[in-house]
Design a binder for this molecule. Structure first.
Ligand SMILES: [Cu+2]
Length: 164
């Protein structure tokens, strides 16, 4: 008997993973069915259940894909009044990076302005916007929200571009 690691071994793992998820979901479905009997929100619950089921069935296939070897790194910056949750951002010079401005929890429009690179990314209330960019000069640069008063209120951070 050979003990070669074959794709089928991996498939087995995936199948087992799917089965476990299905078991959990079956239990959840049973609970939902019970709820359905007791409530008038049956349709909503059934929809939620089928959404969970298809999500579970989709998972094992995702597992078979190689781990995401991102070519363009993504940096997420969450903005609120009046700060960035990520006030220090590290990137590598010469490599494409996608800056994601997550303004989904903010009460007003915010932005990221990097005067050194003439880079600007804005997001309205509730929006998540992204922009890909290559920073080619190593160094430390300030970024800030340049809407009136925001930078002064503390909406600023540092972009550190390291040499490759
Ligand atoms: Cu702002």
């Amino acid at each position: 008997m050979s003990r070669v690691k074959s794709p089928s071994a991996f498939e087995k793992l995936s199948t087992e993973h799917a089965r476990k998820q299905l078991e959990t979901l079956t239990k959840q479905l049973a609970t939902l069915a019970q709820d359905w009997k007791e409530s008038r929100r049956g349709a909503v619950l059934a929809m939620a259940a089928s959404a969970m089921l298809s999500a579970a069935l989709a998972k094992p296939q995702e597992m078979q894909a190689p781990l995401n070897d991102t070519k363009s790194a993504e940096v997420r910056i969450v903005s609120s009044e009046f700060r960035y949750a990520t006030a220090k951002v590290w990137v590598t010079a010469g490599r494409p990076v996608t800056l994601v401005l997550d303004n989904s929890g903010a009460e007003t429009e915010h932005g990221i302005f990097l005067p050194a690179f003439g880079f600007r990314l804005m997001a309205k209330t509730g929006e998540i916007n992204r922009k890909s960019v290559v920073f080619d000069k190593p160094g430390e640069y300030e970024f800030a929200c340049d809407l009136p008063g925001h930078r002064e209120a503390g909406m600023k951070g540092t972009l550190i571009v390291s040499a490759p």
